[in-house]
Design a protein around this ligand. Sequence first.
Ligand SMILES: [Zn+2]
Ligand SMILES: [Zn+2]
Length: 338
Amino acid sequence: MKVAQFEKPHILNVTTKPLRMLRQDEVLVKVEACGICGTDVHIVEGASRSSPPVVIGHEFAGVVEDVGRGVMEVAAGQRVAVDPNISCASCFFCRRGIVHLCSDLRALGVDLDGGMAEYCIVPAKQIHTLPQNMPAEVCAFIEPVSCAIHGIDLANIRVGDTVVILGGGTIGLIMLQLARDAGAARIILVEPLQYKRALASQLDADIVLDPNVSDVKTTVHELTQVGADVVIECAGKVETAQLALELARRGGLVEFFGVCPIGENISVEPNKIYFKEMTIVGSYVNPHTFARSIGMLQSHKVRLDEFLVHRFPLDGVHEALQFQREGRTIKSVLLPGQ
Ligand SMILES: [Zn+2]
Ligand SMILES: [Zn+2]
């Protein structure tokens, strides 16, 4: 089968790989669509954790082609999405119910062969069945939406809140919609690229700011008098992470959702955190939010119609990554069957 395999930093090869036999509890999925996100770009650049050589791609869905002898819950022909994050069920963290913090967390497309391939072998427990009519590209958004739902759970938005979202890429535009559903009265989205700001406006952001034109801190303070109730950093940049701390009101919450480069720091004045009684939270992957994500997409509560999506065959993976890296698309989606 044809795969896109990450070999070592800056080397990603489209190559062929033999399919191994299925174990009892495994499912063979014929991949229909696999989304590309910033994490894939970071992995290929060697800036994010992974276990090469490995087939990347962690946002994927497809059709069950075959199942292992012990698999009862799905059968061949069923459309499925795959939760890529596999926890061990027996470590300290799993036994405390915080499975995403598992000491042995392994992810398909990061540590184990993932979805940028014609086929992927998946443990049956990672499979979620899908409605037959959900378009393949929509299925590629289930994983990022599931992560954003975890972020919204942790952001503790209250009805009537003012929420600032830093970054208007895939995640920022999903967060915008989920924050609205969570009851935010006013959402301010900050994004330097014009087409992303236009999308945010179409998706009912109340205020969109270009950080290259507006002084974001001054504007947020003018608009709110006191600062925002909740600030969600979705850009994964140290500049915006630093800015996020400046935007929250006393008693407000700042969430770090975007993946900043490992080893880079921001400066924090502890007295300010103390005096403002600020809450700072991180949001990591998608514990138990996959089914809710499917529900939100199936009911069109998260709208993707306006998103700029670019489709590529598996051979086009380098171009697809380039589009994502350069911010030329909201999401590159690989369609390995084409
Ligand atoms: Zn991702
Ligand atoms: Zn564990």
